[in-house]
Design a binder for this molecule. Structure first.
Ligand SMILES: Cc1cc2nc3c(=O)[nH]c(=O)nc-3n(C[C@H](O)[C@H](O)[C@H](O)COP(=O)(O)OP(=O)(O)OC[C@H]3O[C@@H](n4cnc5c(N)ncnc54)[C@H](O)[C@@H]3O)c2cc1C
Length: 381
């Protein structure tokens, strides 16, 4: 074992990793936070941070907020456009992930985590009482590894995890819109359901540009090319195709690993575990929550892997199960969805907005469903 063995090595300086590193340091552990990129780095993401996630982060993220939206517009085929607002409450903060993640990472480093950037982990060797990570900057030993290395999680692969998550493909176009287009789209966050089959499209107004994207949340045989769909979406929004933009595509894991999210000395966090919600593919809230549970498990329990599995099982899995049912209703049973929205439009829109913004959990929505909705959901489950 290397003399400089860390208590905890956290791999990945996204929301999950940066948060976990800060909490482990706060609990008095010697922590190294390893990130393959130089920070700040672009991350393909809408950068929508719901108030619940912002609060859970436990630091002031104002410097990373480019705009706060207090209105949401929902477009669902067959229904008039819906607008949701809760007085003057913020419904969703617009950030760019390079700035947000750099801020969270800086907070971890200021708290005392040792930060290694431009340092890719390429190998994992498990010993009885510690782990060696091979990196471009040499070997790093740690008693426990928190793998927060995102959707493609190389750590899980290197440690022998089979792939059991399902992925939602998504694209994000950073569109440097004209002043007139910025004016048109900057007052609200906009969601368009069914713009692509089994998915939705969005417009997120940032400070000087629009993040426009779409994602497919359920598997479908009609695999429409997402970039072609995004081009069609821009056209539908009336945005000139020649507008300068950067096009990005990636995946969001929207089902948790079915075998294990922790084994021996390795715990998987956030996207590496598959914890984004399958309704909106919102992943930041659960990334932060998984970091909190991992930090607790690894600093306060004798058997961190079991403790973490139990905490996630109790705190997040019921949410994800409820979200899965709602996701089916939303994307697979469109007729049922339209019936619900037609008959209980106000309540349904409120519920949709509440879960999108984190004001209510998916379980809350299912717990307070009417008998009629319960019947429809039983058909969708
Ligand atoms: C198009 C799109 C739009 C989205 N929009 C939203 C949204 O608006 N709101 C929302 O809440 N969620 C959104 N998501 C989901 C969200 O981006 C993820 O769920 C979230 O980033 C997960 O955080 P994480 O910390 O687990 O992983 P990540 O944020 O992916 O961080 C992983 C980090 O690990 C690093 N890393 C990877 N491999 C290695 C390695 N071998 N060695 C060292 N470092 C490594 C990466 O560079 C990265 O910094 C979106 C996703 C996509 C694809």
């Amino acid at each position: 074992m290397n003399a400089a063995c860390y208590d905890i090595a956290v791999v990945g300086a996204g929301p999950a990793g940066a948060m976990a590193a800060r909490l482990c340091v706060a609990a008095g552990r010697r922590v190294v936070l390893i990130e393959r990129e130089t920070l700040p780095r672009y991350k393909t993401c809408g950068g929508g941070v719901v108030p619940r996630a912002a609060e859970l982060m436990g630091i002031d993220i104002t410097p990373a907020i480019e705009r706060t939206c207090r209105r949401i517009e929902l477009y669902v085929p067959g229904l008039p456009p819906q607008t949701a607002q809760h007085g003057d409450d913020p419904l969703i903060h617009m950030t760019m992930r390079d700035t947000l993640d750099a801020l969270l990472t800086q907070a971890a480093a200021s708290a005392g985590a040792e930060l290694r950037t431009a340092c890719r982990v390429t190998g994992v060797t498990e010993h009885d009482d510690y782990i060696t990570l091979s990196t471009g900057q040499g070997d790093i030993d740690a008693r426990y590894v928190l793998a927060a290395d995102g959707a493609r999680s190389n750590i899980a692969k290197l440690a022998g995890w089979p792939e059991t998550r399902q992925f939602a493909p998504a694209v994000e176009w950073e569109v440097h819109a004209s002043e007139a287009d910025m004016q048109r789209f900057s007052a609200a966050v906009r969601f368009d359901f069914d713009f692509i089959r089994s998915g939705y499209a969005w417009v997120f107004p940032k400070r000087h540009h629009l993040s426009i994207g779409l994602g497919r949340l359920r598997h479908t045989t009609a695999d429409e090319n997402l970039n072609a769909a995004a081009a069609r979406y821009l056209q539908a929004l009336g945005i000139d195709a020649d507008t300068p933009m950067q096009r990005h595509g990636y995946v969001v894991p929207i089902t948790p690993r079915t075998d294990a999210i922790a084994r021996r000395r390795i715990l998987l966090l956030g996207d590496a575990a598959g914890l984004a919600d399958p309704v909106a593919a919102e992943g930041i809230t659960h990334a932060i929550l998984s970091a909190q549970h991992a930090a607790e498990a690894v600093t306060a329990h004798r058997d961190p892997a079991s403790a973490y599995t139990q905490l996630i099982g109790q705190q997040l899995m019921p949410e994800l199960r409820a979200a899965k049912i709602l996701s089916r209703l939303l994307y697979e049973h469109r007729l049922l969805r339209t019936m619900v929205l037609r008959l209980q439009r106000r309540r349904a829109v409120e519920a949709m907005v509440d879960v999108f913004t984190g004001r209510r959990t998916f379980s809350d929505v299912l717990a307070h469903r009417s008998r009629f909705l319960r019947y429809l959901l039983s058909r969708a489950a």
